[in-house]
Ligand binder design. Structure first.
Ligand code: 2P0
Length: 345
C-alpha cells in the first residue's frame, strides 16, 4: 500500500488521507516536542473529507513552497509544515526543499478542517518523496509528529493509538497507531455541522491549558484508560450500543474537563446541545444513536446503517445545523500516481 513501487519520485508523490473521529479521545500531551499523549485513544477513519497532498522535491529552491487549496500558505500553518519537512529531511539525511500542494474536500467554513488527514497525507507523500522506507507503524509515528491525531489516519477502519511508555526515544518508539479488530458492525457516522459560534481556540493550546488547569483532567484521563479497554471489547463484539455509550461518555467527559479549566474552554455551542438533545430523544425512541464531539461545535452521531436516514433527517431539522454528511469507516493513507490536478507531470 505504501510502497513507492512504480511511483517516479522525481515527478513528485501524491498521497490521499481521510480524517478520523475518536471514539476514545486524545486530549493532552506528556511530551510536547515528540507529541507523546497522556492517554491512549481509539478512532474510526472516515470515508469522506479526503485530503490530497502532492510533494515534489525542488533541488534549486532555497525555501519550501506550500499551497493549501490553491492558496500560498503563510504564517503558523506554513511554519508547521516546514518544521515537519525539516524532520523528514533530518530522518532521510537530505537537504532539498520541497513544493507541497494540498487540497482538502472539507466544505469551506464547516469547522472540520482536520489536521489529522492533512498530516497523514503529508507524512506519506513527504516520506516517499525523500525516499524514506517506512512501514505503517513507522509512518504513524512520523505523522504523529505533525499532529497527534494524524497517526491514526495512517490506517483505515478502527485504529488505536498507543500512548506508549516513557519519554524521549523510548516514548517515541512505543507511541504508534495500529488497526484494531472489529466484529460485524454496520456503523454510520452522521456529521452534523452546526453554526461555528465564537472563534475556536486551537486544540493544541486548549489541551495544554486543560492539562495545566483543569481539576477534572486527571479523572478523565484515568477513566479513558478503562474506556479504551471496554471499547476494544465492544468493537470485537460488534456491539454498537456499547461502542456508542462509551464514546459518548468519553467525549462528554473530555468536554467536562475542558469546562472545568480556568478559564473554561467551551467548544460546545447551543446548536451542539440541540443535537445532543435530539440524540437523547432518538434513543428514547429505541434508535441506537450516540453522540461525540471534538474541539469544535460540530456533533458526530454514531448509529446503525438502518437508522442513518432517520438520524440525518432529525439532525437536518435542527435550526442550528447547517449541513449533514454521512460517513462510513474509510481507508488508510495511500499513495496515488496522479497529481491532485489530474495532470500528468
Ligand atoms: C481526538 N482531538 O482524539 C481529539 C479529540 C480533538 C478532540 O486530536 O496538538 O490536532 O496537533 O497533536 O491532533 C485534536 O488534536 O492536536 C484532537 P496536536 P490534534 O481526535
Amino acid at each position: 500500500m505504501l510502497s513507492q513501487g512504480s511511483v517516479d519520485v522525481r515527478a513528485g508523490v501524491t498521497a490521499v488521507a481521510h480524517p478520523n473521529i475518536a471514539l476514545v479521545k486524545y486530549w493532552g500531551k506528556r511530551d510536547e516536542s515528540l507529541a507523546l499523549p497522556v492517554t491512549g485513544s481509539l478512532s474510526v477513519t472516515l470515508d469522506i473529507f479526503a485530503t490530497t497532498t502532492h510533494v515534489t522535491l525542488a533541488p534549486q529552491a532555497s525555501t519550501d513552497m506550500i499551497t493549501l487549496n490553491g492558496d500560498t500558505a503563510g504564517g503558523a500553518a506554513a511554519e508547521r509544515v516546514q518544521a515537519f519537512l525539516d524532520l523528514v529531511r533530518r530522518l532521510a539525511g537530505r537537504r532539498e526543499r520541497a513544493v507541497v500542494e494540498s487540497v482538502n474536500q472539507v466544505p469551506t467554513g464547516a469547522g472540520l478542517a482536520s489536521s489529522a488527514a492533512g498530516f497523514a497525507a503529508l507524512a506519506a507523500a513527504a516520506a516517499a518523496a525523500y525516499e524514506l522506507d517506512l512501514d505503517g507503524r513507522a509512518l504513524s509515528r512520523l505523522a504523529r509528529r505533525g499532529s497527534g491525531s494524524a497517526c491514526r489516519s495512517v490506517f483505515g477502519g478502527f485504529v488505536q493509538w498507543h500512548a506508549g511508555s516513557g519519554d524521549g526515544s523510548a516514548g517515541d518508539v512505543s507511541s504508534f497507531a495500529e488497526p484494531v479488530p472489529v466484529g460485524p458492525l454496520d456503523l454510520v457516522l452522521v456529521v452534523a455541522v452546526t453554526d461555528a459560534g465564537s472563534k475556536k481556540v486551537p486544540s493544541r493550546e486548549a489541551m495544554r491549558h486543560t492539562v495545566a488547569t483543569s481539576p477534572l483532567y486527571r479523572a478523565w484521563a484515568q477513566a479513558s484508560a478503562t474506556d479504551l479497554e471496554r471499547m476494544r471489547d465492544a468493537l470485537a463484539r460488534g456491539d454498537l450500543p456499547a461502542i456508542g455509550a462509551i464514546a459518548e461518555g468519553n467525549a462528554l467527559g473530555m468536554h467536562a474537563a475542558m469546562l472545568a479549566a480556568r478559564p473554561a474552554v467551551r467548544y460546545l455551542s447551543a446548536g451542539s446541545l440541540a443535537v445532543l438533545d435530539a440524540v437523547d430523544a432518538l434513543r428514547a425512541d429505541n434508535v441506537a444513536a450516540y453522540a461525540t464531539a471534538d474541539a469544535g461545535p460540530n456533533v458526530v452521531v454514531l448509529c446503525p446503517r438502518a437508522d442513518a436516514d432517520r438520524v440525518a433527517e432529525t439532525a437536518d431539522a435542527i435550526d442550528a445545523v447547517r449541513s449533514v454528511h454521512l460517513a462510513r469507516p474509510g481507508p488508510g493513507v495511500r499513495l496515488q500516481s496522479e497529481h491532485p490536478g489530474g495532470d500528468e507531470r
